[in-house]
Write a protein that binds this ligand. Structure first.
Ligand code: F6R
Length: 261
């Protein structure tokens, strides 16, 4: 795992977007795993504003609410259209989200896994982290080997996402269809971005705490190619921050990105 503590929130966002953009330039036909949420809005804005090319890539989103049709303004399908897909040159036939409207969610989940496999697997998966310690919607006690399935959302997560539903947690859907922790761990590379003081404690538990299904994000410690990009507020509770800064400062591969670090 590589921890990349950035100078500011804008720098953390810019570094994340630049790393994704560089991968798209190097391998335009890559399979990119996408996340939603407040944090990612800024990343997608940076990518769209800076003319990142998506014309040959395939995307798979981490999750979708159960019971919201793609044209519902709070669905993640609508989020992706508004924040990214309608703003870049992506082929919409190559974009995938779990089908939260499926009559048979188990079948939809297996179909999603099959589509990922048919695409050759995910090369790079973008992740946020929730207050409940989730990646995707893998709420506490999600098995590290879990696959795509529907999950009940914790009150913490429904409170966290209430802002997108007029501030009313009761309007946040109760369930979501989400890639499993095991699905996520099979991606070739992970980039987790976290910003803001509200994420400091959970980031420290995920990065420095024990591996535990109570914090599903701690599973990223098992991944051989995982970058964690943080703004100063989200990095504030890390015990070994001086070591992470030392590594970052001495790794030449980060020289092109020094402005952000
Ligand atoms: C959304 C997702 C979630 C979010 C996380 C952080 O697709 O997978 O894990 O990344 O809840 O959300 P924000 O950025 O809104 O704090």
């Amino acid at each position: 795992m590589e921890i990349l503590p950035c100078k500011s929130r804008a720098d953390a966002v810019a570094l994340t977007a630049k790393l994704i953009g560089a991968r798209l330039d190097a391998t335009p036909e890559m399979v990119l795993g996408l996340a939603t949420g407040r944090t990612m809005e800024e990343v997608y804005d940076h990518l769209a504003t800076n003319g990142a090319r998506f014309d040959r890539c395939t995307t798979f989103n981490l999750d979708e609410y159960v019971g919201l049709p793609p044209n519902h303004p709070q669905s993640y399908a609508a989020y992706m259209a508004g924040h990214l897909f309608d703003r870049v040159d992506i082929d919409r036939a190559c974009t995938h989200l779990p089908d939260g409207m499926a009559a048979d969610l188990g079948h939809a989940a297996r179909d999603y896994e099959a589509r990922i496999a048919a695409a050759g697997g995910i090369d790079l998966q973008l992740l946020g982290i929730g207050a409940a310690g989730h990646i995707g919607f893998n709420e506490p006690l999600s098995a590290f080997r879990s696959r795509t399935r529907d999950k009940i959302l914790t009150p913490t997560t429904r409170d966290q996402n209430a802002g997108m539903f007029g501030g009313d947690a009761a309007r946040v859907p109760k369930r979501a269809l989400t890639m499993g922790v095991g699905t996520i761990l099979e991606a070739g590379e992970l980039i987790l971005l976290a910003c803001g003081a509200a994420k400091a404690e959970v980031v420290a538990r995920a990065v420095e705490g024990p591996l535990t299904a109570r914090v599903s994000a701690s599973a990223i410690q098992l991944h051989p190619a995982c970058k964690v990009i943080l703004d100063p507020e989200a990095a504030a509770a890390l015990e070994d921050i001086a070591y992470y800064r030392f590594v970052c400062a001495n790794e030449e591969k980060w020289d092109p990105y020094r402005d952000h670090l």
